[in-house]
Design a protein around this ligand. Structure first.
Ligand code: C5P
Length: 301
């Protein structure tokens, strides 16, 4: 019998994305408040003759199946570290919208790493896995840990955050993506000649999360990349306005976009806002989800 390992992994939203000036290495210092949200991909690894990737789900056609896929790169990175051959078939059952801003690619990287680690019994420590995640991308460590965390450095150095309740969100999925480097580049262009402050976590935001207070969280959400994302994709302003008009307590671009996130009062409001966004014609689709959600988890049959 061929053994397989399946890992379930969540999407994320940034409750705060404070961006500093570009560093000498080209990355930007961040204070990144990540919340994992309950939309999940599942990555299954099965021993095979070589490394192959398949994907299923409504957005599967948009997922690269070559070695640019972070799941494939994760398998190669872990195999390389332990002197193994990355001879696995990776299947991604994709439910996280493919558009950008929800860390779907990073999620698959973290899931593949955890699944291959279990399949190969490498004995890697949690710290080693997190370090490999950080090499794969700035958001990948958070996909592994989930929950809620503050990410500093380029977003990869994580501290868990206490969350005192559940928050309801709606995500509007845009047509087409936005390049993350292009959005950071636009941020640099828009802030040229200004004094970009050191990024720091917002005390009111952390207090709202700790208290589980949706109204206070709505007032405290912020994304320093929003102006840059709107500059490159002005139509996102129509999506934000449609969600606000439908009763969302707050609307913001998720990460570097183009996905937009709407904080809502409860499940009933989430249903209404999602329906209104879909009928507004300002997005491809809309999905409701609750945060926080657990990180990458091995699924037991
Ligand atoms: O780390 P990741 O591969 O996700 O980063 C993609 C791109 O986003 C980087 O090449 C860089 O242009 C930009 N980025 C940045 N500062 C960060 C994270 C990402 O400038 N903290």
């Amino acid at each position: 019998m061929t053994r397989s390992v399946t890992v379930r992994v969540p999407a994320k939203v940034n409750a705060q994305l404070a961006v500093g000036a570009p560093r000498p290495d080209g990355f930007h210092g961040l204070a990144n408040v990540f919340l994992a949200v309950g939309l999940y991909d599942e990555v299954t690894v099965t021993p095979a003759d070589g490394l192959t990737v398949t994907c299923s789900g409504p957005d599967a056609a948009q997922v690269p199946l070559d070695t640019t896929n972070l799941a494939a790169r994760a398998a190669m990175a872990l195999a390389g570290r332990y002197g193994l051959a990355p001879d696995v078939h990776l299947h991604i059952a994709k439910d996280i919208p493919v558009a950008g801003g929800m860390a779907g690619g990073s999620a698959d990287g973290a899931a593949a790493l955890l699944a291959c680690d279990a399949l190969w019994s490498t004995g890697a420590s949690r710290e080693e896995l997190l370090a490999l995640c950080a090499e794969l991308g700035s958001d990948v460590p958070f996909s592994l840990v989930g929950g809620a965390a503050l990410g500093v450095g380029r977003g990869e150095r994580l501290t868990p955050i206490e969350v005192g309740g559940s928050f309801h969100w709606v995500f509007a999925v845009a047509d087409g993506g936005l390049s993350t480097p292009a959005v950071y580049g636009e941020f640099d262009r828009l802030t040229t000649g200004t004094d970009v402050p050191e990024p720091t976590a917002s005390a009111p935001l952390l207090a709202a999360l700790r208290a589980g207070d949706t109204t206070a969280l709505a007032d405290a959400l912020s994304n320093d990349l929003q102006a840059a994302a709107l500059s490159l994709r002005p139509s996102l302003a129509d999506t934000l306005a449609a969600g606000t008009a439908a009763g969302a307590l707050a609307a913001l671009v998720s990460g570097s976009g183009p996905t937009t996130a709407f904080l809502v009062a409860d499940e009933e409001s989430a249903r209404k806002v999602a329906e209104a966004l879909i009928t507004s014609g300002t997005c491809r689709t809309a999905r409701a989800a609750v945060s926080p959600a657990p990180g990458a988890t091995i699924q037991r049959p």
